[in-house]
Design a protein around this ligand. Structure first.
Ligand code: KG4
Ligand code: ZN
Length: 331
């Protein structure tokens, strides 16, 4: 089976081809630089940019996979969550393509796809515990079998990626600040400042808004003493913030491992690219003697390879969709 995956939920226009026999054949991403000057994604601009690049992106993914649309069996497309205008571009394109070439259609939940990105190179055994961490979501999910998911808990306010981006911005880093914060943190001291993290005992929930406020007040106070405080200590501050965020994530992951005793653990979503989180999760799973899977760095942030593999896994189970399928902005 050959699946063409299309992703357009936020600010990446992406297309990929997955073959059940040969694995991933192509993975093309057109990133939108237009948002950088605004410090975040502007929905209207994102939809327009998707519209401009979707055809070329899909064409390139087929070309790189050395196949034509006629070789494709199924078109898989992100159904949500995401920006509705952006989703509609990929959605309409996928429907048009499937309809005109008589292909089957599968709608894919973007958050499921982040989890199943772990199936591109590996075969994690169920039950799987997933720490799904992205720009819009932070969740602990128990995956009992394919598409049998139980949400154990999620963030009450900001997502972990959002926390990296917003606090990174306070530290003078451009959007998206997460990857830049990661790079700076690698040269810094994580114990430079001990920022507080809320633990919300008895739940698998997270909260990062208090951390954001704590950093804001810390910087305000320190800058009064030394106006160059951020510039002089950026690496250490990035390391300290990363320490607080990853510590909160790992603490709940460990709690869930102890309670649910999964066969494997996976990390998923853009923040799973974070080196401190990868390191801490590796240490934890080693200690708990449980196999850990983390997607290859290129499948952590938004991509269409994860849509194509999830589309394949759904199609294998006969979970196709009709042309009446609608996109959704929220989970
Ligand atoms: O999964 P993703 O690409 O998009 C969503 O579905 O939201 O995640 C994007 C988020 C952004 O907040 C970005 O700053 C964060 O993932 N991110 C990182 C790293 N790479 C991406 N955060 C921390 N460290 C990284 N290396
Ligand atoms: Zn995502």
């Amino acid at each position: 089976m050959i699946v063409l995956g299309i992703e357009s939920s936020c600010d990446e226009t992406a297309a990929a081809v997955y073959s059940s026999e040969k694995g991933l054949l192509s993975n093309i991403i057109a990133s939108q630089s237009v948002h950088e000057q605004f410090g975040g994604v502007v929905p209207e601009l994102a939809s327009r940019a998707h519209q401009q690049s979707i055809w070329q992106t899909v064409e390139q993914s087929l070309k790189e996979a050395d196949c034509s649309i006629e070789d494709v069996d199924t078109v898989a497309v992100t159904q949500g969550p995401g920006l509705l205008g952006s989703l509609l571009v990929g959605f309409s394109f996928a429907k048009g393509l499937a309809l005109s070439h008589n292909k089957k259609l599968v709608g894919v939940n973007h958050m499921d796809a982040h989890i199943y990105a772990n199936w591109i190179d590996n075969q994690p055994q169920f039950p799987v515990l997933s720490l799904t961490v992205s720009g819009g979501h932070t969740q602990i999910m128990l995956v009992r079998d394919y598409f049998d998911h139980e949400l154990l808990g999620q963030t009450r306010d900001d997502a972990s990626g959002e926390a990296f981006d917003k606090i990174g911005n306070m530290l003078g880093l451009d959007y998206p600040a997460g990857p830049k914060m990661d790079k700076q943190a690698q040269q810094g001291n994580p114990k430079f400042v001990q920022f507080p993290v809320s633990h919300l005992p008895g739940t698998y929930e997270f909260s990062f808004s208090g951390l954001k406020t704590a950093v804001l007040y810390h910087l305000r106070d320190q800058k009064e003493i030394n106006p160059n405080y951020v510039e002089e200590n950026r690496d250490d501050l990035c390391a300290s913030v990363s320490e607080a965020i990853t510590k909160a994530l790992i603490k709940k992951l460990d709690l869930a491992i102890k309670e649910f005793r999964p066969t494997s653990v996976v990390l998923a979503g853009g923040v799973s690219a974070n080196s401190m989180l990868r390191e801490k999760a590796t240490q934890l799973c080693k200690k708990r003697r449980i196999p850990l899977y983390i997607p290859h760095i290129s499948y952590c942030t938004d991509n269409a390879a994860m849509i194509a593999i999830t589309g394949y896994l759904k199609a294998k189970q006969g979970l196709y969709d009709g042309f009446e399928m609608k996109p959704f902005a929220r989970l």
